[in-house]
Design a protein around this ligand. Sequence first.
Ligand SMILES: [Zn+2]
Length: 57
Amino acid sequence: MAAGVEARRHARMRAIEGALTRLEHGEFGFCVACGDHIGEKRLDLDPTVTRCVSCLS
Ligand SMILES: [Zn+2]
């Protein structure tokens, strides 16, 4: 159980690092799949999202 918590924490950290890298490269806020803007509300809820709503599934 503790290992699961640790794994989730690690995955979260990597997601945040990824968001920061995209921020540095000016790619933050764009969908990695289609290149469209990810909605600001979505980014407010979770700044680590990498796909827009239409590319989620
Ligand atoms: Zn998209």
